[in-house]
Design a protein around this ligand. Structure first.
Ligand SMILES: [Zn+2]
Ligand SMILES: [Zn+2]
Length: 71
């Protein structure tokens, strides 16, 4: 007999490390110094971030260089 399953709610894509620019799909591997993110984790390469004046086109947030993490 099967127990009802809990925990099947949808998960928002929080804090997911994206590996490519959302605009030009340039590769942005973990640890890449070119990666820029906004507060909502929209991810862009440096060229796009600079071209957009450091402002996220999706949410208007400020694009900052992505902190490096352990791989
Ligand atoms: Zn780009
Ligand atoms: Zn954004």
């Amino acid at each position: 007999m099967m127990a009802p399953r809990h925990g099947e709610r949808e998960r928002p894509m929080a804090l997911e490390m994206r590996s490519e620019c959302e605009k030009c799909t340039a590769a942005l591997p973990a640890g890449s110094e070119a990666a820029h993110i906004c507060s909502y984790e929209c991810t862009f390469c440096r060229a796009c971030a600079e071209a957009m004046d450091g402002t996220c086109p999706n949410c208007g947030g400020e694009l900052l260089r992505r902190p490096r993490r352990r791989v």
